[in-house]
Design a protein around this ligand. Structure first.
Ligand SMILES: Cc1cc2nc3c(=O)[nH]c(=O)nc-3n(C[C@H](O)[C@H](O)[C@H](O)COP(=O)(O)OP(=O)(O)OC[C@H]3O[C@@H](n4cnc5c(N)ncnc54)[C@H](O)[C@@H]3O)c2cc1C
Length: 427
């Protein structure tokens, strides 16, 4: 029996959301709580910059791999190399299975406060024909598979880039949060522009070879009408093909993609963003919506189990599924836990969650784009800029993330927004 009487905070997941939350909790509460983080992987792969590495012919498992345990260790946080397999909300225990050695026996971990930051399954396994004929950039494995294809096997045929249908949970969805048809459509914009540059650079063609597709009325609808309109005008002038309202991907074959809408596209390379699906162990819980995303208020706290928080892609409020939204939520949760243990009062805690799309995308040729918009959520910020500075910022953010272990300096985000929103992006 442990003699440690400090409140026990347990975080499930140690990627963008979980690692950042752990580091802010440590910064805010120090050793006033006992903090444990559980993840089957003792590392994260820096997914946002993975497409750039693929087009540069770098192995992302080498360049985008960041060990996380040393950062937890430095903060005095216990890291458990295991996957959560069950949550018992009544007894406040999580069943975990260690993953560092096959055959390990399940164990129980007790908590007073639980933070769920397990992200989502990217459900390529639900797309017929994906394993044989599909391409992706969301993991080291898929990134390397596409890299080999591009640099060794590609015959110069047409390219299709887009998303499968996202199935958002609608239970208790607040009215300010729209329903999204695609989970995350910054990457398709970025991939299309980078691919066009890659084709030109290698003398294989240009944007005319590429078709962008979306299950929605408009691609990247969460960026807001003004930005999408500007992007589509530029894409049309560059020669991209565009298919909207595809509804979902029905099947991928060697020759192309068939959509639920009845449309189809011919393609040798088919880069797909799939449905974001909650992990099985979270479905059917009283804290989850009908799909398995964790329900929270805007302090990222579950209304019926206020000792449970959710951060990042696992949270029902995180739509679209963007790492930058999880970052804001991580800071909020650290403050709420400080309130819970009586360290600060509610008045001193950060403002509630107020989403805005903040996205740096690569365009190839050391150029990038910057999107800062909250019009989809009812706000009036709408900034879309292109130039060398957004590319430099995207690279710098990754460097800072690796160096600080997921805890960029406090002025980093506001400084970035301010400088980009006030003209630096043109540089
Ligand atoms: C190609 C691509 C490009 C992107 N580009 C951008 C971008 O430029 N900007 C941006 O903001 N966002 C971007 N995103 C989205 C961003 O990657 C996600 O929003 C972000 O990774 C979510 O972080 P997370 O920690 O919530 O989930 P994840 O990154 O999915 O991490 C979940 C963690 O939980 C762990 N886990 C899973 N199951 C369990 C379990 N049972 N028990 C314990 N731990 C578990 C996993 O091992 C993992 O470490 C991009 C996504 C893709 C696919």
């Amino acid at each position: 029996m442990s003699t440690d009487t400090r409140p026990r905070v347990l975080i499930l997941g140690s990627s963008f959301a979980g690692l950042t939350t752990a580091r802010y909790i440590h910064q805010t509460l120090g050793d006033r709580i006992h903090l444990t983080v559980v993840d089957p992987n003792p590392y994260l792969i820096f997914v946002p910059n993975l497409p750039m590495e693929v087009f540069a012919d770098h192995d992302p498992l080498v360049t985008m791999h960041m060990g996380t345990v040393r950062f937890h260790d430095k903060d005095g946080t216990a890291f458990v190399n295991a996957e959560a397999i069950e949550i018992d909300l009544d007894s406040k225990r999580v069943t975990i299975r260690p993953t560092d050695r096959a055959g390990s026996a399940p164990e129980l971990l007790r908590y007073d406060m639980l933070v769920i930051a397990t992200g989502s399954r990217l459900a390529y396994d639900r797309i017929d024909g994906f394993a044989e004929h599909g391409d992706a950039v969301s993991s080291g494995h898929y990134g390397n598979k596409l890299r080999r294809k591009l640099f060794h096997d590609y015959k110069g045929g047409p390219v299709a880039i887009g998303s499968a249908r996202f199935h958002q949970g609608l239970k208790d969805k607040p009215s300010w949060l729209p329903e999204a048809a695609a989970a995350c459509e910054g990457p398709p914009l970025e991939l299309a522009l980078t691919m066009a540059h890659w084709l030109e650079h290698r003398g294989l063609g240009d944007a005319h070879k590429i078709t962008l597709f979306t299950p929605a009325e408009k691609i990247a609808e969460d960026a807001g009408d003004a930005i999408v309109g500007e992007f589509l005008q530029m894409a049309t002038e560059m020669g991209f093909g565009y298919l909207n309202n595809t509804q979902d991907i029905k099947a991928i074959s060697a020759d192309g993609i068939e959509f639920e809408s009845g449309a189809s596209v011919e393609a040798e390379i088919k880069i797909v963003l799939p449905d974001w699906v909650p992990h099985q162990f979270l479905t059917g819980l009283p804290i989850s919506d009908e799909r398995g995303f964790i329900l929270t208020d805007t302090h990222m706290r579950n209304p019926t189990h206020p000792e449970v928080f959710a951060v990042g892609d696992a949270a029902a409020l995180t739509v679209p599924k963007l790492g930058s939204l999880g970052h804001q939520q991580a800071e909020i949760v650290a403050d709420q836990i400080a309130v819970q243990v009586g360290l600060t009062d509610e008045a001193a805690a950060r403002d509630p969650y107020k989403p805005a799309i903040l996205c740096f995308g690569d365009m190839g040729g050391h150029k990038g784009f910057y999107i800062h918009s909250d019009t989809w959520f009812g706000g009036d910020t709408s900034v879309f800029e292109m130039g060398y500075a957004p590319y430099a910022m995207k690279m710098a953010f990754k460097e800072m993330y690796f160096r600080t272990g997921g805890k960029p300096v406090s002025w980093g985000m506001p400084f970035t927004e301010f400088t980009m929103d006030h003209g630096l992006a043109h540089v």
